[in-house]
Design a protein around this ligand. Structure first.
Ligand code: 4NP
Length: 150
């Protein structure tokens, strides 16, 4: 079983979308996909309604996901940890205990644009079109991730 964790700040906008998209591209008998936030603001909450809506528009149901906070033991549970932006990268790698932990953490858009360290923009304070933009970025990245793992 390969285990992949998607991480953003709140675990209500970007990482639940990334979780839903990647899950839809991988067989669930050999891959486990989860998501978490570096902050604890939205623990136990469903995804933002705009993320639920954009997922639904593309045929995915993420409405039953629940926010949780990233924890140090996630470095042990997961093989790969994809973060959405540089701030997430810094927040997660600060918690790393050793180089092996750090090596699991990757900027998700680097699978599309190698070594560029582009951020998936935080859509929380913007309009609905920010969510469509984020969806398209994550769909492109997750297609490449799924193809590389299968
Ligand atoms: P996310 O977006 O990190 O993509 O889930 C955010 C959601 C909530 C907040 C910030 C970013 N917030 O400040 O509550």
């Amino acid at each position: 079983m390969t285990k992949i964790l998607m991480v953003c700040l709140g675990n209500i906008c970007r990482s639940p979308l990334a979780e839903g998209i990647l899950k839809s591209k991988l067989p669930d008998d050999s891959f486990f996909v989860d998501s978490a936030g570096t902050a604890n603001y939205h623990v136990g909450n469903p995804p933002d309604k705009r993320s639920i809506a954009v997922a639904k528009k593309h045929g995915l149901n993420i409405s039953n996901l629940k926010g949780r906070q990233f924890k140090v033991s996630d470095f042990d549970r997961f093989d790969l940890i994809y973060v959405m932006d540089e701030s997430n990268y810094n927040n997660v790698t600060t918690l790393a205990r050793n180089n092996q932990d750090v090596s699991k953490v990757k900027m998700i858009l680097n699978v599309v644009y190698p070594d560029q360290d582009y951020d998936v923009p935080d859509p929380y304070y913007g309009g609905d079109n920010g969510f469509e933009n984020v969806y398209n970025m994550l769909d492109a990245a997750c297609s490449i991730i799924a193809d590389s793992l299968k």
